[in-house]
Design a protein around this ligand. Structure first.
Ligand code: MN
Ligand code: MN
Length: 467
């Protein structure tokens, strides 16, 4: 027989904040969590770059009755639109029945991930091999990208303006690409260096081949043979790399991890693990009260600059355009809008416990992390959400049985990071960071909990439907 709880136990339950595992909190959700994540894994594998993640999202939107938006359109209640910005970032929205001046519910995530970009003049020959030279994109630990299978993605725009899609390394019978590392037998000097210096940016060169072109009269025969293969396959010459956007990503598929299959390892959870749930939540809405919008941004990993990053004016332009079309005041629309900056947070890792303050870190499996502020060195560069707005979001999550937890990025003065939050907040829109905790963030193969992914979907839906 269960003994009655003591007065102290009851008081402790009432007064103490404890993080609770999502399976313990909602024991009936396991099947739903697991089946939801099967679809998420497919999205991960089909959208490894901003372009492909955006294109996949467009396909999903079209299948859900969304139409392409053009500036100047006459919008009306119930309309479902997507706006593609330069084949990289994406805005999807549904016009709600409520006056749009009551504000838009915006979820902003990003679909770019750390990767290794090919340089403008990349091909060279050395040591019996041909290589691409690269310039890495975003914050990576460079040594992690050596000696693993890699794939080549992107586009080449030739001089006539023709756009050629490139994807090599994803099909089972495709070749893959490779970055060399030094054998341990000769790595005494390398291993004595710091992790940062052991593999430097100029060493991240991509192996392309080793067969010489059959002509004694030519220098650099292996390079020429590689160029000949590229010319045959894509019709390009060396100069076309200048206008190419080619990216190296891990040639790894999303996989279940652990005996209980409760986790997913994948490239680029950051930040598709928030983008995908914002899409599924949006598509689940029939006729929302408030106007709702999912933003899939580009360039977050390099500071949100450029026309497709959140510093660009596309968000303002769309809000203004639809407000004007409905005869409404866009300044009022923005002032009354609410935004979830949906981006991943650092999960507490017991193997690196020293980097975290456990009470203020997100624990894997305990739901999505709600971060009032990010930043580093005395909260600099952060959007610090107001207490009032934070309380409102927590209330929305609680009322909808979303498993969530407080979080902050690691120990004070151990580093830090930013998100798109501040760029949206600068538009006079209440914004707070919320997202899925990630282990090994920015590694070629990152780890998340399936329960946390599913709770991001629940959180996104609750936010879109909030009053
Ligand atoms: Mn991110
Ligand atoms: Mn990131």
């Amino acid at each position: 027989m269960m003994s009655e709880k003591t007065k102290g136990q009851l008081l402790s339950e009432k007064l103490t904040y404890t993080k609770k595992n999502a399976y313990e909190k909602n024991p009936d959700e396991k099947d739903e969590i697991f089946s939801y994540c099967e679809e998420y894994k497919k999205y991960l594998d089909s959208g490894k770059t901003a372009r492909s993640a955006s294109r996949e999202a467009v396909k999903m939107a079209q299948a859900n009755g969304f139409k392409e938006y053009n500036f100047g359109a006459n919008v009306k209640v119930g309309d479902k639109y997507y706006y593609v910005n330069r084949d990289r970032s994406l805005f999807l929205f549904i016009i709600g029945s409520e006056n749009i001046e009551k504000g838009i519910r915006i979820i902003a995530s990003h679909i770019d991930s750390p990767a290794i970009d090919i340089r403008a003049n990349p091909v060279y020959e050395a040591g019996g091999m041909a290589f691409f030279r690269t310039h890495y994109y975003g914050g990576i630990k460079k040594y992690q990208w050596t000696a693993i299978p890699l794939a080549l993605h992107g586009i080449i725009t030739d001089k006539s303006g023709k756009k050629i899609d490139v994807c090599i390394g994803e099909n089972d019978d495709d070749p893959i690409f490779y970055i060399n590392d030094l054998l341990p037998h000769l790595a005494q000097e390398q291993c004595a260096k710091s992790l940062r210096e052991g593999v430097d940016g100029e060493m991240l060169n991509i192996v392309l081949g080793s067969i010489p072109y059959d002509d004694e009269a030519v220098n650099e025969k292996i390079k020429l043979n590689v160029l000949a293969i590229l010319n045959e396959k894509y019709g390009i010459t060396e100069e076309d790399f200048l206008s190419a956007e080619l990216t190296i990503v891990p040639a790894l598929k999303a996989k279940d991890v652990g005996l209980d299959r409760s986790l997913i390892a994948s490239y680029g959870h950051d930040d598709r693990v928030c983008a995908y749930p914002s899409l599924t939540a949006l598509f689940s809405l029939q006729s929302p009260e408030h106007t709702v919008m999912a933003v899939l941004a580009d360039k977050e990993e390099t500071g949100s600059n450029g026309a497709t990053g959140m510093k660009g004016s596309a968000l303002d332009d769309i809000i203004t355009d639809i407000s004007v079309s409905m005869g409404k005041n866009e300044r009022l629309v923005r002032a009354n809008s609410m935004c979830l900056s949906a981006d991943v947070c650092a999960a507490y890792d017991p193997n690196f416990a020293n980097a975290f303050e456990k009470n203020n870190s997100a624990i894997v499996g305990c739901g999505i992390g709600l971060a009032k502020y990010t930043g580093a060195r005395g909260k600099s560069d952060t959007n610090d959400a107001t207490g009032e707005y934070t309380a409102k979001i927590a209330r929305i999550f609680n009322e909808n049985n979303v498993v969530w937890q407080t979080c902050e990025m690691g120990k004070i003065d151990f580093g830090g990071g930013g998100t798109v939050a501040k760029f949206i907040a600068e538009r006079n829109i209440d914004t707070i960071d919320a997202g899925v905790p990630v282990i090994s963030m920015h590694a070629p193969y990152e780890l998340v909990s399936k329960a946390d992914v599913y709770n991001m979907h629940k959180a996104s839906k609750a936010f879109f439907e909030s009053k």
